[in-house]
Design a protein around this ligand. Sequence first.
Ligand SMILES: Cc1cc2nc3c(=O)[nH]c(=O)nc-3n(C[C@H](O)[C@H](O)[C@H](O)COP(=O)(O)O)c2cc1C
Length: 217
Amino acid sequence: MTKLLYITANPKAEEQSYSLRAGRAFLNAYRIKQPDVKITELDLYQDDIPLLDREVFDGWAHLQHHTYESLSPAQQVKLARLNTLLEQFIAADKYVFVTPMWNFSIPPMLKAYIDAVCIAGQTFAYTEEGPVGLLKHKQAIHIQARGGHYSDGPLASMEWGDRYLQMIFRFLGIDAAPSIFVEGTGIQTNDAEQIVQAAIARAQEAAMNFASASIAE
Ligand SMILES: Cc1cc2nc3c(=O)[nH]c(=O)nc-3n(C[C@H](O)[C@H](O)[C@H](O)COP(=O)(O)O)c2cc1C
C-alpha cells in the first residue's frame, strides 16, 4: 500500500488558507483515484517539530559514547521525536508539501522539518563523488500560495521557497512532480477566488497523475 505523507506548514485555519484549500482538494482527488492509499497528515504548526538546538546537539554528541537512558529526560524526548520524524519520512513513498510563501521563501517550521529529515547516512550520504540521495523511488509535489506572481516574469528570480524545496528533493534522491501555485491573489484581489478555483482544478488534475505515478520497487 502506498504511504503518502501530507506535510503542511501553515498556522492558519484550512478555510482561510489558499494553499491549504488547494492541498485538501489535491488530497481528496488523490484518494478517489487511489482509495487504498495510507495518508498521514503532518501539521508542522501543530505537531511537535524539535529545533536543532543546544540540547539536541549535546544529546547527539553524548550518544557517541553513552546510552540513550543516560540522556536528560528533555533530551530523550527531543531525540526520540526527531527519530520518529526521520523514520516516518523515510517510510513514506510520496510526499505532498503545502506551504504559503513567506518573505520569498518557506515558513520557518518547514525549515525546521527539513533540518530534522536531512540526516547524513539516513536520507543522504557523502561519497567520493559528492553527496547522494538515499531516498529512491519516491515522489514529491509542492503546492504553494503566494500573494504575488513568481512562476514567471520579473519576480521569478526572487523566489526561494519552491526552488529550495526542489533542490532538497533532488539532494535526497526524490523525484518531483511539477509544483502547483496559487499566485497573484494579493495583487488581483478581486479575482482571488477565481485564481484559487483554477489552482484547485490544477491540483485535482495533478493528483490524478501523482496517484498514477508508479513507485519502482
Ligand atoms: C509573513 C508573511 C510573509 C509574506 N511574504 C510574501 C512574499 O514575500 N511574497 C508574496 O507574494 N506574498 C507574501 N505573503 C502573502 C502570502 O504569500 C499570501 O497571502 C498567500 O496566499 C499565503 O498562503 P495561504 O493563503 O495558504 O496562507 C506573505 C504573507 C505573510 C503572512
